[in-house]
Design a protein around this ligand. Structure first.
Ligand code: MG
Length: 164
């Protein structure tokens, strides 16, 4: 099974920019109820989608004060646990973050490590890619950051297997 996720958050001067669990030095950061980590939010939705378990807003509503300022790696951990409980094994995740600046290349490795740890899977099964929006629309004007993610999972209970 595969799942897909997408997220976008506004950028504002003076806010913190966290992507893939890594704090990125930046003039602007995300405006959000949680830490606004679009990469991890997209990955959560991809995993929930692959398991047909709804979306991140259903499980971690921004109306719930429990999630205010929450590190999104905690959302990833909880989603991974939900899948494990159902004997659904995460095979791999791939993501693309769309941001005009700063350049993310120096931070990709740390993001992959953080995501792999939160999911409890091999780092080699976690991909993070970065691109700009070529100056087009709100992302291109530096007003927002977006991320896409896909995840592949294996529903092991179908074969009578156990996911661990
Ligand atoms: Mg979000």
């Amino acid at each position: 099974m595969i799942g897909y996720g997408y997220d976008i958050h506004r950028l504002q001067a003076g806010e913190t920019l966290v992507l893939g669990g890594v704090t990125i030095p930046s003039e602007k950061g995300t405006v959000a109820h949680s830490d606004g980590d679009v990469v991890l939010h997209a990955i959560c939705d991809a995993l929930l989608g692959a398991a047909a378990l709804g979306d991140i807003g259903k499980h971690f509503p921004d109306s719930d004060p429990q999630w205010k300022g929450q590190a999104s790696s905690e959302f990833v951990r909880r989603v991974a646990a939900m899948l494990r409980e159902r004997h659904i094994k995460v095979i791999n995740v791939d993501s693309t973050v769309v941001l005009e600046r700063p350049k993310l290349a120096p931070h990709i490795s740390a993001m992959r490590t953080c995501i792999a740890e939160a999911l409890g899977i091999e780092r080699s099964h976690v991909s993070v890619k970065a691109t700009t929006n070529e100056g087009l629309d709100a992302v291109g004007r530096g007003e927002a950051v977006a991320a896409h993610a896909v995840a592949q999972v294996d529903w092991q209970w179908r074969r009578g297997g156990v996911n661990e």
